[in-house]
Design a protein around this ligand. Structure first.
Ligand code: ADP
Ligand code: ASP
Ligand code: MG
Length: 405
């Protein structure tokens, strides 16, 4: 029997009414002659509400207990979706991450999935059941529950679909596809029929939260097609897949903003070999992901300033580590700013089109938006700007490169 893997996000199962609608779609898929494996997120804003709860208990949660708490949201929705399927007269079973054989690294709150033991899922499928698995979680080598990063249910779904050798992983969400920009912000954003893995990986990593970046990475590694579509209609969504040259038309495929970043700077460090290594090794040792980095030399020549960006949630930790290194290196000081955002344009067409960066900087400059940092890859240009100008920057760039064309 063909296997269909479907993932439903928070809004799609945000109420009992929605859960019943989702159950109807799942049973119809089964009735059409497929084996069905479903991956669910927590209902609505449940995960945020769980974080609010723990904040009332502590500012510094124990990482193991944090994952223990956050993983419960998905368990609620898996059981409710399964019972809604039962009410429609079909056989179904819910499984937690560990029951489904999802194994992860021994790291709390951002573990990577390492492997899947499919025995249990296969056994349940053989018994004719629809299998409903909790997304966002797994189990580590010590037998503890881990979570895999906010928005991670997409990755759970893709990894399970790849392990089951499904042809497609259907991701059901509250928009009907991937757009050229977040359709909630840019009203004339266009829906894309296809997006290449590389472009989607850039867009997702640069703030388009519609897919978890690691889900795209994994789909690419296994050549698995993702069909991102709406849980509220039957319209065809967007296919994330290897896109042939013929299908590539536009220079810029999408614009994204990420407001979840902060900038940290170390000021007036003696400019000697090894200073960058010392700082970034110390940050790496603390598992802090650093994104953009710039270094500038003071005119006198003997001193350098360095600035880098991190996830907003890592700001305090990054500042502490940087302060420590600054003292050891004899730097003048450390500064941080979390009132910044990153605006990016992405498109494989940029490789063969000179002048795109110039146009982007010109659009921002003419409109009084100061660029604090720049980084580029072959298919992306990102600028750090002030957070309160992010929406305007996105609108201007979308108009320049996409809707105004
Ligand atoms: P789910 O709970 O289903 O995982 P998410 O909230 O994580 O849903 O992701 C869907 C949201 O992603 C949409 O509501 C939309 O606002 C946002 N989004 C950001 N960028 C894009 C984009 N380029 N295309 C479509 N949606 C986007
Ligand atoms: N419920 C988790 C979150 O809110 C995982 C997910 O939605 O994918 O981050
Ligand atoms: Mg999501």
């Amino acid at each position: 029997m063909p296997i269909v893997v479907q993932k439903y996000g928070g809004t799609s199962i945000g109420s009992i009414d929605r859960i019943k609608k989702v159950a109807a779609r799942i049973t119809a898929t089964k009735a059409a002659g497929n084996d069905v494996v479903v991956i669910v997120s927590a209902m609505g804003e449940t995960t945020d509400e769980l974080i609010d709860l723990l904040k009332q208990v502590t500012d510094n949660p124990d990482p193991r207990e944090y994952d223990m708490l956050l993983s419960t949201g998905e368990q609620v929705s898996a059981a409710l979706v399964t019972m809604a399927i039962h009410s429609l007269g079909l056989k179904a079973v819910s499984l937690t991450g560990w029951q489904a054989g999802v194994h992860t690294e021994d790291i709390q709150s951002k573990a990577r999935i390492t492997h899947i033991h499919l025995d249990r899922i296969n056994r349940e499928l053989k018994e004719g059941k629809i299998v409903v698995v909790t997304g966002f979680q797994g189990i580590d080598s010590r037998g503890d529950i881990t979570t895999i990063g906010r928005g991670g249910s997409d990755t759970s779904a893709v990894v399970i679909a790849a392990a089951l050798e499904a042809d497609v992983c259907e991701i059901y969400t509250d928009v009907d596809g991937v757009y050229t920009a977040d359709p909630r912000i840019i009203k004339d954003a266009k829906k894309l029929k296809y997006v290449s893995y590389d472009e989607m990986l850039e867009l997702a990593s640069l703030g388009a939260q519609v897919l978890h970046p690691r889900s795209v990475e994994c789909a690419k590694n296994y050549g698995l097609v993702i069909h991102l579509r709406s849980s509220m209609s039957d319209v065809e969504g967007t296919y994330i897949k290897e896109v042939s040259e013929m299908e590539k038309k536009d220079v810029v495929s999408g614009v994204a903003i990420d407001t979840n970043i902060a900038k940290v700077g170390i000021l007036k460090v003696p400019d000697k070999p090894g200073i960058a290594a010392k700082l970034f090794r110390a940050l790496g040792d603390e598992k802090i992901n650093v994104d953009m980095i710039i270094q500038s030399i003071h005119s006198a020549g003997a001193m350098a300033d360095m600035a880098f960006t991190v996830n907003k949630t890592d700001t305090k930790k990054a500042v502490d580590v940087t302060r420590k290194v600054a003292r050891e290196l004899g730097a003048e000081g450390v500064a941080s700013d979390d009132n910044v955002a990153k605006v990016s344009i992405v498109g494989v067409g940029m490789i063969s089109k000179p002048g795109v960066a110039g146009t982007m900087f010109d659009v921002l400059g003419r409109n009084g938006i100061n660029i604090e940092m720049i980084s580029t890859s072959e298919i992306r240009i990102s600028c750090v700007i002030k957070a309160d100008q992010a929406k305007k920057a996105m609108e201007l760039l979308h108009k320049e490169f996409i809707s105004g064309k």
